[in-house]
Design a protein around this ligand. Structure first.
Ligand code: ADP
Length: 165
């Protein structure tokens, strides 16, 4: 099952939330900053032990003071015009995050619009990859995990709602 909602991902009562991290995994702005603020300093402590993460890959920590039990950290690609492998890397973020959450036994997972903020990925294209990759994962694995696309703006929500039909 997949759905789109508008809200603050740090408030969601799901098993896992995804962080649009950077490769250092040591925090940053946007949704990354919001997640670290809400989870508390223990999150950064655990992240320090992970030695970073490559773009398109994912690593998991506990959620500490968040309602979510797990945080899946995945660095999205910086948009560079679309000819630098951005789409494959972004699909990797969604696929690898789902895989890790499923391994933890998560029954629900929420994604922000990875790469669509500071990293400049066009929202329509990014949302198409997000929905397509998650749909493919659910069909291919038969995993019943609930996928929530957590949109920060009304415009983004409209894009996802149209794609989800
Ligand atoms: P990136 O560096 O991957 O582009 P950003 O954090 O700049 O990451 O933006 C990713 C998306 O997360 C954007 O759509 C932004 O509006 C959204 N966002 C920012 N804060 C939150 C939040 N608290 N909950 C959900 N989405 C958020």
């Amino acid at each position: 099952m997949m759905k789109a909602i508008r809200g603050d991902i740090t408030k969601l009562e799901v098993d896992a939330i995804v962080n649009a991290a950077n490769t250092s995994l040591l925090g940053g702005g946007g949704v990354d900053g919001a997640i670290h603020r809400a989870a508390g300093p223990e999150l950064l402590q655990e992240c320090r032990m992970l030695n970073g993460c490559k773009t398109g890959e994912a690593k998991v920590t506990r959620g500490y003071r968040l309602p979510a039990k797990w945080v899946v950290h995945t660095p999205g690609p910086v948009w560079n015009g679309g000819t630098k492998g951005e789409a494959e890397k972004l699909a990797g973020c969604y696929r690898n995050s789902l895989k890790l959450a499923a391994e933890k036994g998560a029954k629900s997972i929420a994604f922000p619009g990875i790469s669509t903020g500071i990293y400049g990925y066009p929202v329509e294209e990014a949302a198409g990859i997000a929905v397509g990759t998650c749909r493919h994962f659910l069909e291919e694995t038969g995993n019943g995990i609930e996928v929530v696309f957590c949109c920060f703006s009304a415009r983004d929500l409209g894009v996802y709602r149209r794609l989800l039909g």
